[in-house]
Write a new protein. Structure first.
Length: 136
């Protein structure tokens, strides 16, 4: 039975390491840079024209802050669909918080996309539970 517990511990440690690798960097500037670079790359690959990328930080009561990115763009349905697929299947710890798609009603006209993404960042070393336990 002890071997089963050790096996579970190894599995949970692998899961934790994989989850931590998906997080954005703890430093605000680096986290914004990663998020902006990824979204720009996804848009280019999809053929989506980006009109606006606006990063901001959302304060969460008792939990610090998390990065958010407002994206406004347009393109054909295939480009919008591919862009959204890339966001949803990204290995990064990002989530779509708000999405609006609008069209003119004309066949073949571009769709307008308004999207708000949020991300999860690594905990700064000084704020981690392990660091707090190590303090005298």
């Amino acid at each position: 039975q002890g071997g089963a517990v050790v096996g579970q511990e190894a599995r949970w440690l692998r899961w934790r390491d994989e989850a931590e690798a998906r997080l954005l960097p703890a430093e605000a500037g680096a986290a914004e840079s990663v998020l902006l670079t990824q979204v720009d790359g996804w848009a280019r690959q999809a053929g989506l024209t980006v009109q606006s990328l606006r990063p901001r930080w959302q304060e969460i009561k008792g939990q610090g802050s998390r990065p958010e990115l407002q994206v406004v763009g347009s393109g054909p349905m295939a480009a919008v669909a591919l862009f959204l697929h890339q966001v949803e299947t990204s290995p990064l710890a990002v989530a779509v918080e708000h999405l609006v798609l609008a069209g003119t009603g004309k066949a073949g006209a571009p769709l307008r996309l308004e999207l708000r993404l949020s991300g999860l960042c690594q905990v700064p070393a000084a704020a981690s539970p392990a660091a707090r336990r190590a303090e005298p």
